[in-house]
Design a protein around this ligand. Structure first.
Ligand code: MGD
Ligand code: MGD
Ligand code: SF4
Ligand code: MO
Length: 757
């Protein structure tokens, strides 16, 4: 069996894979040494990918729900014609405000996004709801203020830092950093390097750390503020960096000097001496960086936390250097730049919410649907997401989705969300089509991996580019053929063909501006069908879907010509982007797209004065308010959504993929268990203000007393059966959230637990 190259689709790292296949199945899955980023690295989850590619929940045909609730098989033409008619009707009756799109890519399927976004244009809607807007939009908002654009995204050079500060993240299980376990072990092995972990649980990562600050859940803002205050009090801030690269430090310093350090550290319940040592060593380290994730972003003070963790590396000047935090360039434009002052984007009808980075928060979606009035949401497309399981308050989603006039779900499998849809459209799996990830978040080197299809789509499943293009055709938004463009695309392949095609396309779109929003589908239907790769694969899916990457490659070459050349691509102003595009098509293992120099960080910063603006009035007010915040006391705090050895969002539906933890047990400290009369393996009921669910108890002294945890990524009804493991979002609430970004506080849910009767 010849081996083929692809990537893992289970987390944002998208490690390169070398696989062997037979018919429609994987027979072997290994790490790919040739992958430019992962270089052969893998974790245990990738070996189980056969359960994604083959399972009993996979959709095989388009389905329509009948009035009695049964799903019946329909043909693509019939389904798309009816969906098109109903969409046009919604647009006519209510305008674009009544329609929204949810999802558009999970942990590695981002190529379809270029196509699905066209549907919003056709519907004259701006409402994109996305999982990113229930975790990272507070972070993006802060980036907008500090660096001048919400697309100024931070990366961290953990591999080269002398001092690494992990707060609210467990990279041993969740990854998120390059080759996490190897990187963590290298840190541990080197006595000259220091690893600090701030986490209420003694996690697998914390066990490898030099210092573990096992703080009280939800107190990070207090701890971070105290660390910053110690740094300023002791004069450990980097004055040269602050005066040369930043503005607004005086206002910030004034606030930090008012922080009651001892009191804040007491609230976090960690030893003051440890905190002082961490503050000093971080500031004095030759190179240091901060890495964060959901433990900060889905916990109390979410957006303020994002501000404070960034201040930690900024105030100490650990930015824009090897081994520090940095900005990076994107290849796929997965984020926008839209804050509350942006008039192009409408506020939502019910909450008056604005988008951040172009995305609206899932937390508000159910009430935007249930809102009374002409401007409520009545039509929704969900693609690559399962919000009924993953949004806060499952019952609210179920209730709201049942009130939609039209719900269409595009997924590979019959999900809990699909079960509520009027139409369910079967997408080809990520190994049955051309695919790629937009999580290219590294600096100074950034890579892009275009994955080739390994299998033909099963039964009637189609790749998203084909689904959305057919839908636009059915809506009458684009014609079914483009004779002139097709003729130009058919000439001899090569750079001149691409240039000739682009000129013809430009002329066409200038003549017909109405077609401009649909460039992706137009190049797909025309240039796309003529594309060839070095390893042409005629019996499988054509490479047509990759055509819009040509525009992105040209754009990157135009924005960052020197970095693209340093990454090994050649050409002049016109042809560099075309060479990059061809390299992407021709290298099934992935390719470097940019290689930056350290100094480039300053041109990636978007404030016109090229400085970092440290003074953010909203955040300084929130910092001030900490001093008067009453201490909250709950019997138990649930950390709802832990990453473990065998969970991977909602990507695997067949429970057989798990080797351990079949029930997704609730972890509980022995002291709490004793008080509640619970033992290892006990059945219990966990209840919150929102709902209650059954759980199985796992006694774990790595927790702090007073906290319990449940894993994310369980609760699916495989083959329509009973939920497997906790449906943890039956416990969470959309109101318990960050005031600015509306990110849910999933890591801090007050609950009660009692033995099952
Ligand atoms: N195995 C596995 N890996 C995954 C995923 C998966 O489902 N399974 N999902 C992927 C996705 S979508 C994401 S966004 C990432 C998330 O990755 P992470 O955020 O790293 O993972 P989590 O386990 O959700 O939370 C991280 C840590 O936050 C800690 N924590 C909870 N509350 C607090 C608090 O108040 N303060 C502090 N300091 N820490 C706290 C928890 O104890 C936990 O160890 O993981 C990705 N990787
Ligand atoms: N309480 C609580 N809730 C959470 C979290 C938590 O920690 N606690 N974590 C949150 C986080 S960080 C995230 S990122 C979200 C994730 O939640 P979602 O955004 O809902 O995404 P996934 O769970 O990744 O679901 C991916 C869906 O895409 C489908 N799919 C897979 N491949 C393809 C494909 O090629 N095409 C199409 N069309 N579909 C495909 C899968 O079958 C699955 O239904 O959950 C969030 N929810
Ligand atoms: S789950 Fe993430 S870290 Fe593990 S192999 Fe897949 S992409 Fe790599
Ligand atoms: Mo996530």
């Amino acid at each position: 069996m010849p081996s083929e190259q692809t990537a893992c689709i289970l987390c944002s790292r998208n490690c390169g894979l070398r696989v062997e296949t037979e018919g429609t199945r994987f027979t072997s899955i290994r790490g790919d040494d040739a992958h430019p980023m992962s270089k052969g690295y893998l974790c245990q989850k990738a070996a189980r990918l056969a359960h994604y590619q083959e399972n009993a929940d996979l959709l095989r045909h388009p389905l329509r729900r009948e009035p009695d609730g049964r799903f019946v098989r329909v043909g693509w033409d019939e389904a798309l014609a009816d969906i098109a008619k109903r969409l046009i009707d919604i647009r006519k009756r209510y305008g674009g405000r009544a329609f929204a799109f949810y999802g558009g890519g999970g942990q590695g399927n981002h190529l379809g996004g270029a196509y699905s976004r066209q549907l919003l244009k056709a519907m004259k809607s701006r409402f994109v709801y996305s999982a990113l807007a229930q975790e990272k939009t507070g972070d993006f908002w802060v980036n907008g203020r500090l660096f001048g654009d919400q697309r100024c995204h931070i990366t961290e050079d953990v591999e080269h830092a002398d001092f690494v500060f992990f707060i609210g993240t467990n990279p041993f299980q969740a990854h998120g950093i390059p080759n996490a376990r190897d990187t963590l072990r290298a840190l541990k092995k080197d006595p000259s390097r220091t690893m600090v972990v701030v986490d209420p649980r003694k996690t697998e990562t914390a066990r490898l750390a030099d210092v573990h600050l096992q703080l009280r859940p939800g107190t990070d803002a207090f701890l971070l503020a105290a660390i910053l205050a110690i740094i300023v009090r002791e004069g450990l801030h980097d004055r040269a960096f602050l005066s040369r690269r930043c503005t607004g430090f005086d206002a910030l310093e004034a606030e930090l000097r008012r922080i009651p350090i001892e009191e804040f550290v007491r609230r976090a319940d960690v030893p003051l001496a440890d905190v002082e040592r961490v503050a000093r060593d971080f500031a004095r380290a030759r190179t240091a960086c901060v890495r964060v994730d959901l433990g900060l972003q889905q916990s109390l003070h979410s957006t303020l936390n994002s501000y404070l963790e960034k201040l930690l590396f900024l105030v100490t000047g650990h930015f824009g250097k090897r081994g520090s935090n940095n900005l990076h360039s994107f290849f796929l434009p997965i984020l926008g730049n839209t804050d509350e002052r942006d008039a192009r984007y409408p506020r939502t009808a019910h909450h008056g919410m604005h988008p951040i980075a172009g995305l609206y928060p899932p937390n508000i979606l159910p009430s935007e649907i249930e809102h009374e009035g002409e401007d409520r949401l009545v039509g929704l497309f969900v693609d690559s997401a399962n919000p009924v399981m993953t949004g806060a308050n499952t019952a609210a989603y179920e209730r709201a989705f049942s009130k939609l006039e039209l719900l269409v779900v595009v997924d590979v499998a019959m999900t809990e969300t699909a079960a509520l849809a009027h139409y369910v459209l079967p997408a080809a799996t990520q190994f049955e089509k051309w695919e790629c990830t937009g999580f290219n978040l590294e600096f100074p080197d950034n890579a892009f991996h275009l994955r080739h299809p390994l299998f033909p789509p099963r039964a009637e499943a189609l790749p998203e580019p084909e689904i959305y293009t057919r839908l636009l055709e059915a809506m009458g938004e684009i014609p079914r053929s483009f004779p002139v463009l097709e003729r130009v695309a058919a000439i001899e392949p090569g750079r001149s063909r691409h240039l000739g095609f682009l000129a013809a396309l430009g002329a066409k779109l200038a003549l017909k501006p109405r077609l401009q929003p649909y460039a992706a589908s137009i190049v797909y239907r025309t240039l796309g069908s003529a594309l060839r790769t070095a390893r042409a694969n005629p019996d499988r899916v054509s490479a047509a879907a990759t055509a819009p990457l040509l525009a992105l490659a040209l754009d990157l070459a135009n924005r960052e010509p020197a970095a693209v050349r340093r990454a090994g691509h050649h050409g002049n102003r016109l042809t560099l982007g075309i060479s990059l595009f061809q390299a992407i098509l021709d290298r099934p293992e992935g390719t470097l797209v940019t290689r930056h120099e350290r100094e480039d960080v300053w041109s990636l910063l978007r404030h016109t004065d090229r400085r970092i603006h440290l003074e953010v009035p909203e955040m300084l007010a929130a910092l001030r308010a900490l001093r008067d915040e009453p201490e909250s006391v709950h019997p138990l705090v649930l950390l709802a959504g832990e990453r473990r050895t065998y969970n991977a969002n909602q990507i695997f539906r067949d429970p057989a993929w798990r080797r351990t933890d079949p029930d997704g047990a609730m972890r509980m400290h022995p002291t709490d268990a004793r008080e509640l009369g619970l033992e290892q393996g006990s059945k219990a009921v966990c209840s919150s203000a929102t709902g209650e669910i059954a759980v199985t108890i796992d006694i774990d002294d790595a927790l702090r007393p007073g906290m319990v945890t449940l894993p994310h990524g369980y609760g699916m009804r495989y083959q329509g059966g009973a939920p497997v493991g906790p449906q943890l979002n039956r416990l969470t609430s959309s109101e318990h959230c960050d005031p600015l970004a509306r990110t849910p506080f999933h890591k801090h849910v007050p609950v009660r637990v009692r033995p099952a009767s």
